[in-house]
Design a protein around this ligand. Structure first.
Ligand SMILES: C[S@@+](CC[C@H](N)C(=O)[O-])C[C@H]1O[C@@H](n2cnc3c(N)ncnc32)[C@H](O)[C@@H]1O
Length: 289
């Protein structure tokens, strides 16, 4: 009885919270220069500095918190993501919003599992990790050193906004963005840039939190996200707000079909998506033909 009562009260609180989210979304739709930052409606110019502040404050605990919040499952999602990309000899990858390097390191590790190129006897592939936050990149560089990857050899680091990449047209054969695109101000500009910097034949792949396709699981997921994640942020990292932003930003991100349509609008072909863990995350893929 007591547990039922607690769950009912909590459900009401979460519903109220989600209604606030919907009303902030309708504000967002009706104001051209407004956007969302979690459930808040903010001026477009404010969003990137607010997002920057979030990642500035979480950078030092970023990897520990990822493990804690997902019980390590984010590692599995990233492994699946890399297996779907299945890079080969010569893949030239741009990992945007690459943070502390998780995707880049998986890419290099994956290449090492391939047998050497029969003609050159070498395993070759290169990755550029790009992020708007130098602090995240610095942590990535330290991790790379520990793993024995040398900057300039098979990994490069680029401080850049995903909406305006300082990269020439048709440069990379693959573009990845993992848990990054929901933080940007203009998703459409990021997709346009992805299309521009990819070579014809190049592949775009995105790993992002998405929308759960089962009502009961959605309810469990909401309880976990809104009741526990900010508390874990406070206890483990001494920060509540960035982790509240994290769960709110997940709810604001377009659903699987909507995001697929956005990727197609940017010009990509053969756009598909795959739900993982009932849609908690989804992998979207498209080609520049
Ligand atoms: C949740 S982290 C993901 C990091 C990494 N891809 C991973 O999967 O662990 C999101 C990253 O997006 C970066 N970011 C946010 N807005 C960005 C933008 N406009 N351009 C490039 N990076 C951005 C943040 O600095 C942060 O490092």
């Amino acid at each position: 009885m007591f547990i039922q009562k607690v769950l009912r009260v909590n459900s009401k609180r979460i519903n109220k919270y989600l209604c606030r989210c919907k009303s902030s979304l309708s504000n967002y739709d009706s104001n051209e220069n407004k956007t969302h930052f979690g459930f808040q409606t903010v001026d477009e110019r404010e969003k990137s500095s607010k997002v920057h502040a979030v990642f500035e404050s979480v950078a030092k605990n970023y990897d520990v918190m990822n493990d804690a919040m997902s019980f390590g499952v984010h590692r599995l999602w990233k492994d699946i993501f890399m297996a779907r990309l299945s890079p080969t000899h010569g893949t030239h990858l741009l990992d945007v919003a690459g943070g502390t390097g998780d995707i880049a390191f998986r890419f290099l590790k994956y290449l090492n599992t391939l047998s050497p190129n029969p003609s050159t006897k070498e395993i070759k592939g290169k990755v550029t990790v790009s992020d708007i936050n130098q602090h995240m990149l610095d942590i990535g560089k330290k991790r790379a050193e520990k793993l024995g990857y040398r900057t300039g050899e098979n990994i490069d680091w680029l401080l850049a906004d995903a909406e305006q990449l300082p990269i020439e047209n048709d440069t990379y054969s693959a573009y990845t963005i993992a848990f990054g695109i929901r933080n940007v101000t203009h998703i459409d500009k990021v997709l346009d840039e992805a299309y521009r910097v990819l070579k014809p034949g190049g592949r775009f792949m995105c790993l992002e939190f998405s929308h759960v396709n089962n009502d009961f699981l959605q309810w469990v997921y909401d309880q976990y996200s809104f009741q526990l994640i900010p508390v874990m942020g406070q206890v483990i990292a001494g920060e509540w707000k960035p982790y509240q932003y994290l769960v709110e930003s997940i709810r604001q991100f377009p659903n699987q079909e909507h995001f697929k349509a956005m990727i197609q609008s940017a010009g990509f072909s053969q756009v598909t998506y795959e739900n993982i863990t009932f849609g908690v995350v989804a992998i979207h893929s498209g080609f520049k033909l």
